[in-house]
Structure formats: C-alpha cells, structure tokens
Design a binder for this molecule. Structure first.
Ligand SMILES: [Zn+2]
Length: 248
C-alpha cells in the first residue's frame, strides 16, 4: 500500500527513485497480480505458483499519474488506485504537505490501461464515526462517480484511514463491492475475510532492507510485537529513525 510517489517531503511520499528500486525488486522476485487475482486466491479458486504481490495506492494523488502510471504502463503492471471521489481535481493534506489530486480525465485514461480504480469513499471520513446511512452514502457515491467517469464497474474498496467495523462488511457487500482493504500490516491468505484484507504500508521511512522484510511474515511479527509493547516500540523507533505508520 502506497499513497504518494514524489518528492513532496511528506512521510507518505516515496521518492520516484526508491519506488523504481522497489518495483524492480518485485518484478525480479514476485508475480505482480491484480486485485481480481487476489480475490480469486482468497476464495480458493486460483493457486499462485510463485510468491505474488498486488500493488495499491490510496487517495488518488496526481503524482500517481506522473510517477507511477508510466512505469505501470511500460511493464504492464496491474496496479490499483483507491480514489476519494470528493477530492478529485482538488488538494488533500498528507501529513505536513498539501498535494494535488488526480482529475477525472487522468482517472479515465489510466482505467483504460492496466490500472484498476477502486473506491475510497467521497469525503475520506472515518466510517466508524458515521451512522450507517451516511456511511452507505459515502461508499455508494464514490462507486457511482468512478463508474460514471471510467465506464467500468468498481468492485474494490479501501477503508479511509484503515478504519472499519463489522457493520461495514454487509454494507459494502450490498453496495456491490466484492472486497475491501484495510491498513493492518500483514499478508493475504486463502480463506481471509474478503472485507478486511491486510496490506503492507510503504512510506518514506521504509528503506530497501525493510521493504524486502515487510513482504514476508516479518511484517506480521512486527505488527504483533507493536501491539504487545507499543510504547516500547515507538520509543525504540524514535531512536532508530523508524517512524510508526499512523494511518492515512
Ligand atoms: Zn486514504
């Protein structure tokens, strides 16, 4: 799970050169699969013969069009971008900076290639804090607007800030979503609940070695360890320069 790829200086911006290094590593060592493939794997209808990874981007930053899309197009990588539809053509604050968002034109162009556009609500709220009617509006509005702009069905969802509860599973299902992604660190396994699929967050604090480790079960050990002794870890992290992911 990426957010921005650029030189904004935000904690959530990975520089283009680091992003390229990470993609080269994935292309050498993994099969890069689509979200449809992930879902087929989770439901048990498809087996992967090699280690496989799906690449997602949250929010819909304009820099995805400039710094990610050309690479994805060149190597035919099936990436996915989860777009907060109410922010299209506007700006969104990402940590300490404000970043330009994608336009509908760019979204439509990318969706004609190997880019899957997923929904990420309209106004990017914490869905747990809304009553179910408002949550449903947020979820369905983003789906309808993206479908109108791209002419393609939108089946995948990502929870803003990774915030979700069990009541949202049925809401997403009845709104026509086949799956939803959270930000909990970890790998996707056969039989997982398709409405709480884990991801591995990649931000500016992730160096090459950490990137490689995060793609293994090490990401889950780290998440467990962090839960068990959160305070100690954040203290140690501040010493070692590793900054804890704080959700976007
Ligand atoms: Zn987001």
């Amino acid at each position: 799970m990426y957010h921005s790829v650029g030189t904004s200086g935000s904690f959530f911006s990975v520089t283009p050169s680091e992003f390229t290094n990470q993609m080269e590593f994935l292309r050498r060592n993994y099969d890069i699969v689509s979200l449809e493939d992930v879902l087929s794997f989770v439901s048990g209808t498809v087996e992967f013969s090699r280690r496989s990874v799906a690449i997602t981007f949250d929010d819909g930053y304009y820099d995805n069009f400039v710094n990610v899309y050309p690479y994805a197009k060149k190597y035919e990588l099936p990436i996915a971008i989860f777009v907060a539809s109410g922010y299209i053509g506007k700006e969104m604050s990402l940590g300490n900076v404000s970043l330009k968002m994608l336009s509908w034109k760019e979204i439509a162009e990318m969706s004609k290639d190997t880019v899957t556009i997923g929904a990420h609500t309209s106004s990017h709220p914490d869905l747990r804090r809304l009553d179910l009617n408002r949550a449903q509006n947020e979820i369905e509005m983003s789906k309808v607007e993206i479908e109108r702009a791209t002419g393609r069905p939108v089946n995948f969802f990502a929870y803003p800030k990774g915030a979700y509860n069990n009541a949202l599973f049925n809401l997403l299902k009845s709104s026509g979503f086949s799956s939803a992604f959270q930000v909990g660190e970890g790998l996707v396994r056969k039989g997982d609940n398709p409405y709480e699929l884990k991801r591995v967050s990649i931000d500016s604090s992730v160096n090459y070695r950490v990137f490689v480790a995060k793609l293994t079960t090490a990401s889950e050990w780290y998440a467990e360890l962090e839960k068990a002794c959160g305070k100690l870890i954040s203290f140690l992290s501040s010493l070692s320069g590793i900054v804890k992911y704080n959700g976007q």
